[in-house]
Every structure is written in structure tokens, then in C-alpha cells.
Design a protein around this ligand. Structure first.
Ligand SMILES: [Zn+2]
Length: 522
């Protein structure tokens, strides 16, 4: 979740001097080489064009036959590293496959007007834990809103109905009739209904008068790390931890509804199909009032979904997104997905998901031009999470700095390369105004308020990253970030892993920096 309390941000934004004229740009819908106005500062010769070449995953050779009752002939194509799968097969032992990701296939009928969904979900789960599993734990976030919201109609393992499960709060624990051996795979099928709640002022999930947001909306198997990892929710900070997975969503909705989603839409018979590879979670937002502006960075389509009256802001954040995706792709790793959706919503700040971010309507209404505003800072922060959350995962509850400190500091990198004169403004507006303090490696449970949590994890985290960069030097620092993104792509990084890669890329002694900013020794 984002950073700053909206009221404080607003006050701070109003105190900001007028920004210089925003560079003009032309929205491009087709040109794959669409380029923003040339940046005023070029970091190095090989980044004279900040348009990276991005090659989407190669066409898929394996075929996955879904057992979903609504579309038995559907095929789900897997990335080449995965074995062919037949979900109709009983539990089988497959050869050990590095990165054998869990597959999700969902058939979803959305009744926008009545805020309801009927869902068939098929989960192909690979036991890569090394342990014999006698149970499987799924996260079911909609059930936190009550049994009136999440209605589980049936659940089966390898086509055998399961009667022994425990659905309580956010967790669905399934006792397996047959233990799942290491390197074996099994298929779970669920049928459920969602009767969406009215969206709360603080949250995203549910329906608003003109919008439905589906975030963390389907049951997913939580990571296993000597035990199932499903932390308690907190009022602030994210508590969920995700393995990287492949997700296919087949959707039926009224044609008048515009869908913003984590992946590109394709026709699949009477369904609209979305396929997302190597992601933590699939998110969508639906509205009968969305307006859309579109651009691209290489083959990555970027769309801004905004509401009537917010055209300038909707196009501005699209422009910033082109800048951000271009720069981050050059500095960290290729953008991990095929598309990016930026979605206006009635929330307090911003929220990241794979291939889709939400930004507060207040940022759109406060927008007055230029790049010195919440819309831009928070927007490029949430886009940074595509790398530091989506591509490189982490335990968001226990080590939130791994995605939040890095995304906060990535804002600084964004301004440095795109608006170098705004560097001091950024430090003051985003960090020092609030007083950065506290251990960077705090968990979401360590602080009594969001302000204190953010000051430590995000803001002191940004100062730590700046000092780390000064200590290492730019060449080693950016080589380190690329190596870190490569090593932990589609995995979950840890603090120990972060520093191991850092030390592999520098001869500098980091121990005093770690002692200054961290409670752990690393
Ligand atoms: Zn964040």
C-alpha cells in the first residue's frame, strides 16, 4: 500500500510552488516505438533511448486441458519450462521442475449490475516444498467479509469431492485424502459465488457506484516455507505472501462494461480470456464509465482508465507510466508482463498488483499539471512495484522494506533521470517532510500507526538506499539491482539474499550502514 496519509500529502502538495509547464506529448495507440519527449538528462550512452527491447514469452508449446465444467475444451498454454499437464489425471509424480509454478484457471461470470460472480476455479498445484503434504492451505480473502460474500459450493481434489475442509476467516484448509508426495502434482477444483460487498472507504475490494474491483478475490495456495505462510491482516501494510503463478481468467460480462485487467484480453469463444504468466495475483477493475488512454513501451501496452472530467490527469499518468516503464526496464529488468493498467479509484492513495495499479481519485482531482504532485510520485511508485513485488517477490508482512523501500527509492531514480532538477523537491515532498526514522527492516506488526510504519520502512528505507548507492558507487549499485532482479525473478527475496547480492557486487564494507538502519545483523 502506499505511503502517505492523504491529508498530509494534500497539505504538502498545496504548499508546493507551481511546477513548470508539463512537456507536451502525443498519445500513441499503435506505434510500438512510441517515445516520450526526450529526457533532459541521459545517464549513459547505452540508455540514449529509454525504450527497451522487450520480447514477450515465446509461443507456448504445452497444452493444458482444463476441467472447468463451463468450458471443457479450453486450452491453457504454459511457458516452455513446464511439463505438459493434464488436470483430469489423478495425482501423479512429475519430474522435479525448477520453478514449477501453480496454475490457476478461472471461468467467471460477472453480473455487474447485481455485483455478483459465479466462478469455476481449477488449481494445478506442484509440491515443490520437499515435504510430504497432508493438507493444503488456501488464502480466501473474500471470506474476511463474511459468508454472505464468499459462498463455497463445492471443492474436489483430482475429481474426488472433498468433505474435510475448514473455512475460517481468510483461510481455507483442506485435508488431503491422499498425502501429496514431493514433486507430485494435484488438481483442486472449486465452485464458488461472490456476492460483492460495498467497497469500504479504506479498501478496494467490492463495488462502488460505478466500479467493481476484484483484488485478492479468488482462493490461492499460499507459499510453504516449513509451514504454510498466511499472516494475520493489519489495518495498514500488506499481509499476503504469494508464490509466482500462471493464471488464466475467462470472463463473461455485459459488453457495455469496460474491463481493466492484469493481462491483455483475447476472445475465447463466448469468453474473454486473460492469461498472466509468472505473477503473484490477477486483478481486474470493471466500470460502465471508464474512459481509456493508451500508449506503449516497445510491445508493452499501457492503458490509463479514468473517469469523465479527469482527462488531463488520466493522460498525464499515462505519460509518466511510459517514462517509468522505459527507465525501470533499462535499469532493473524487462517489464515482467505484457500490459500495464492504471486505474482511477476512490481510495486514499495507491495500490499495486501485477500488471495493474490503482490510484486515488483525489490525486486526479488535485492534479494541476507538471510532475511535482501525488499523481506522479505515487503513480511511479506503484509502477516500481511491478519489479519490487511482482517480479521480485517478498514476505510483505515480515520484510515489507524489500518492496516498499525499493519502490520508494525508485521514485527518486525516476525523478533523477526524468526531472533531475526536482531531486531536492522529491526528498522534501516525499521523505523529509514526514521525518524518516526507525528500523528499515520493521514488520507491519511493529508499529502502532501507519505513519510510524511508513517513516521507518519506506522513508528511512529510501535514505538507506541512497547511502548504499553512495557507498557502492553508481556502477556497482545498478549492477547489483540488475543482479538482484535476475536472481530473484519470480521468486521471493529475503533481506539476507538482498545483502548477499549486494556484497557480491561491491568491495565496500556495508556493516556500519546495516547497523545504522537495520535491527538485524545480516
Ligand atoms: Zn508501495
Amino acid at each position: 500500500m502506499l505511503t502517505l496519509i492523504a491529508t498530509l500529502l494534500s497539505a504538502c502538495a498545496l504548499a508546493t510552488p507551481p511546477a513548470p509547464p508539463f512537456p507536451t506529448f502525443v498519445l500513441v495507440t499503435q506505434d510500438p516505438n512510441a517515445s516520450p519527449t526526450p529526457t533532459p538528462f541521459q545517464p549513459s550512452a547505452n540508455e540514449n533511448t529509454l525504450i527497451p527491447s522487450y520480447t514477450p514469452a515465446p509461443p507456448i508449446t504445452n497444452t493444458f486441458t482444463a476441467t472447468a465444467t463451463l468450458q471443457p475444451t479450453a486450452t491453457f498454454t504454459l511457458e516452455p519450462t513446464q511439463p505438459a499437464i493434464n488436470t483430469t489425471a489423478p495425482q501423479v509424480t512429475v519430474p522435479p521442475v525448477a520453478n514449477a509454478r501453480t496454475n490457476y484457471i478461472l471461468y467467471v461470470t460477472l453480473d455487474f449490475a447485481n455485483h455478483t460472480l459465479a466462478v469455476d476455479e481449477t488449481i494445478r498445484y506442484y509440491n515443490t516444498t520437499g515435504a510430504v503434504l497432508t493438507d493444503i492451505l488456501l488464502s480466501v480473502q473474500p471470506n474476511r467479509f463474511g459468508s454472505a460474500v464468499f459462498g463455497l459450493n463445492s471443492i474436489a481434489q483430482d475429481s474426488v469431492s472433498i468433505a474435510s475442509y475448514n473455512l475460517s476467516g481468510q483461510s481455507l484448509s483442506i485435508s488431503l485424502p491422499q498425502a501429496l508426495q514431493p514433486n507430485a502434482a494435484t488438481t483442486l477444483t472449486l465452485n464458488f459465488n461472490l456476492n460483492l460487498p460495498s467497497k469500504s472507504a479504506e479498501g478496494l475490494f467490492g463495488y462502488d457506484f460505478n466500479q467493481i474491483n476484484l483484488v485478492d478475490w479468488y482462493p490461492f495456495v499460499v507459499p510453504y516455507n516449513g509451514g504454510w505462510v498466511l499472516h494475520d491482516p493489519m489495518p495498514f501494510g500488506e499481509h499476503l505472501v504469494y508464490d509466482s503463478s500462471d493464471i488464466e481468467v475467462n470472463l463473461k460480462a455485459d459488453a457495455s462494461i469496460v474491463i481493466a485487467a492484469s493481462a491483455p484480453a483475447e476472445q475465447n469463444g463466448e469468453w474473454t480470456r486473460y492469461r498472466l504468466y509468472g505473477a503473484r495475483t490477477f486483478t481486474l477493475s470493471a466500470s460502465d464509465e471508464f474512459l481509456v488512454a493508451e500508449s506503449a513501451v516497445g510491445s508493452v501496452k499501457i492503458r490509463s482508465y479514468y473517469f469523465d472530467g479527469y482527462k488531463a490527469a488520466g493522460e498525464s499518468i499515462l505519460y509518466s507510466a511510459v517514462q517509468a516503464v522505459s527507465l525501470y526496464s533499462a535499469k532493473f529488468a524487462d517489464y515482467p508482463y505484457q500490459t500495464l493498467a492504471i486505474v482511477q479509484a476512490d481510495i486514499h492513495d495507491g495500490q499495486e498488483y501485477d500488471g495493474l495499479i490503482f490510484l486515488a481519485s483525489d490525486f486526479y482531482s488535485q492534479y494541476g499539471g507538471g510532475a511535482r504532485n501525488n499523481l506522479t510520485t505515487i503513480g511511479v511508485h506503484e509502477i516500481a512495484h511491478q519489479w519490487w513485488f511482482g517480479l521480485v517477490g517478498n514476505d510483505q508482512a515480515l520484510e515489507p522494506w524489500l518492496d516498499e523501500a525499493l519502490s520508494a527509492y525508485t521514485e527518486r531514480i525516476f525523478y533523477e533521470y526524468n526531472y533531475p532538477r526536482y531531486g531536492d523537491w522529491w526528498w522534501q515532498f516525499r521523505v523529509d517532510y514526514f521525518g524518516a526514522q526507525g528500523y528499515v527492516d520493521s514488520s507491519i506488526y511493529d508499529w502502532g500507526s501507519q505513519r510510524a510504519y511508513v517513516n521507518a520502512v519506506y522513508l528511512n528505507g529510501a535514505h538507506f538506499m541512497e547511502e548504499l548507492r553512495l557507498r557502492m558507487g553508481d556502477a556497482d549499485f545498478f549492477r547489483f539491482l540488475k543482479a538482484y532482479a535476475a536472481q530473484y525473478a519470480h521468486q521471493r527475496a529475503t533481506g539476507a539474499g538482498f545483502f548477499a547480492v549486494a556484497r557480491a557486487n561491491t568491495t565496500a564494507d556495508l556493516s556500519d550502514l546495516i547497523a545504522k538502519y537495520f535491527s538485524s545483523a545480516y
